[in-house]
Design a protein around this ligand. Structure first.
Ligand code: GDP
Ligand code: IMO
Ligand code: MG
Length: 425
């Protein structure tokens, strides 16, 4: 099978975990390439639900190699907890997991700074997951970050930690009225994490490129979504990594010409967690209805997700930025009871109608949605197993989206289980 990159086409939580789980069956190696444990990817197998934060969702299939690429930031405590959780549920992690020795490590001061900064910002906060993601990527780009392999070198670790903690403590004391963190405590604990994780560490770019030359098929698992991307998202209300398709190459060490397909995953409506512009956001009544039917609460923080109509202006931009070759539509079943379904097809900004997603976020913040309305199908779709058995109005909705985007919709999901997936041939 081809080498595939799968990305979220909206603001995250599109159901990537479920689709990765399905595509994993035909892949040999599944690779996370960005983000950290801010992600929460849900996979449902029968009565069992797994929420994965760092380990690729392919881990639930036996005999697959699951890789955490260099572009990811790793909180060792969270990773060890996830490994233990999987082992306690009889998942064989030790023979499947490989972690790039180049990943940057999240330390306690990253998490603290994430929290302190958000609190100080008050109303202007981003609404982060407070997992230390932004401060860790900040250190990486500032060239004072600490890589996983450095947890294995006591002298180097002590020197780098001392420099960082000195700087961070000064900041915390002067600006945030916080006592700061202890070098000794962190140093000892992280040396131990290094020892525990050393068995998984490898030169990932070398491993992946050798695998490609042996004909193995790779599946790159995006986290977050296109509009949370540090460059292409709704900045500054974004995460701190490249969640778009280009990130797969940067975050794994595999060149772009090795990628055959780019699959975007989108919900049949839109959600986002945290602050930031959202033109097609529902009014209160519809918000409650869809949030409750779609169980729209964050898989990582449990926060209620903001919900809205499908925005195809947004999806058209996602298709362009990622170079999507196809789209997967999830959670169609959540719209089953809706009388009339709106689709945001353009934005109104003052007297202007905008058909392309604006690059200026001030413009986006002042946009009002322009909707087209389609009839709802008012039938239960969750037990349907073939695309052609969907109600004709549901098929009409899907083909409307497909025509607007000029993209094939290759899969439609009508429930969280593996079996609730309509694959179009
Ligand atoms: P991810 O971060 O993109 O992997 O998505 P999340 O796991 O955070 O959120 C998606 C949620 O929707 C999970 O609870 C899934 O089990 C669930 N889900 C996925 N596909 C469907 C679907 O087609 N219908 C319904 N009702 N739920 C779905
Ligand atoms: P998955 O992979 C939805 C959001 C946060 C916040 C912003 C920045 O499950 O789709 P961060 O902690 O990354 O600095 O927060 O990004 N965010 C997500 N929203 N799904 C996610 O991941 C997210 N990861 C981060 O809510 O608005
Ligand atoms: Mg999620």
């Amino acid at each position: 099978m081809a080498n595939i990159v799968l990305v979220g086409a909206q603001w995250g939580d599109e159901g990537k975990g479920k689709i990765i789980d399905i595509l994993s069956e035909k892949s040999d190696i599944i690779i996370r390439f960005q983000g950290g444990n801010n992600a929460g990817h849900t996979v449902v197998i029968g009565n069992e639900e797994f929420i994965l934060h760092l380990i690729p969702s392919g881990i639930l299939h036996s005999k697959k190699v699951c890789v955490i690429g260099n572009g990811v930031v790793v909180d060792p405590e969270a990773l060890i907890e996830e490994i233990e959780m999987l082992k306690s549920r009889d998942i064989d992690v030790d023979s499947s997991l490989i972690i790039s020795d180049q990943v940057h490590v999240i330390f306690p001061y990253h998490k603290l700074l994430d929290e302190l900064r958000e609190t100080k910002k008050g109303k202007a906060k981003i609404g982060t997951t407070k997992r230390g993601i932004g401060p860790c990527y900040g250190d990486k780009v500032s060239r004072c970050g600490i890589r996983l392999t450095e947890l294995l070198n006591p002298e180097v670790l002590k020197e780098k930690l001392a420099f960082n903690i000195d700087e961070k403590n000064a900041l915390m004391r002067t600006l945030y009225d916080h006592k700061g963190v202890s070098l000794d405590e962190i140093y000892g604990r992280y040396l131990e994490y290094g020892r525990r994780l050393s068995r998984y560490m490898q030169n990932v770019p070398l491993f992946l490129n050798k695998a490609i030359s042996k004909g193995k098929s790779l599946l790159f698992e995006g986290a977050q979504g296109t509009f949370l991307d540090i460059d292409h998202g709704t900045y500054p209300y974004v995460t701190s990594s490249s969640a778009t398709a280009g990130g797969a190459c940067i975050g794994s060490g595999v060149g772009p010409i090795k990628i055959d397909k780019v699959i975007g995953v989108a919900k049949a409506y839109t959600t986002r967690v945290g602050e930031g512009p959202f033109p097609a956001e529902f009014a209160e009544e519809m918000m409650q209805k869809i949030r409750s039917k779609g169980k729209e609460f964050g898989a990582t923080t449990g926060r209620p997700r903001r919900c809205g109509w499908l925005d195809v202006v947004l999806l058209k931009n996602a298709s362009m930025i990622n170079g999507l070759t196809e789209l997967v539509l999830t959670k169609l079943d959540v719209l089953d009871d809706t009388d009339k379904i709106k689709v945001c097809v353009a934005y109104r900004h003052g007297n202007r109608i905008i058909k392309d997603f604006p690059s200026n976020m001030e413009v986006l913040e002042n946009c009002r949605p322009v909707y087209e309305e389609l009839p709802g199908w008012k039938e239960n779709t969750s037990s349907i197993s073939k695309y052609r058995s969907l109600p004709s109005k549901a098929r009409r909705y899907i083909s409307y989206i497909s025509k607007f985007l000029k993209k094939r919709i290759s899969m439609v999901s009508v429930g969280s289980e593996r079996t609730q997936t309509l694959i179009r041939v």
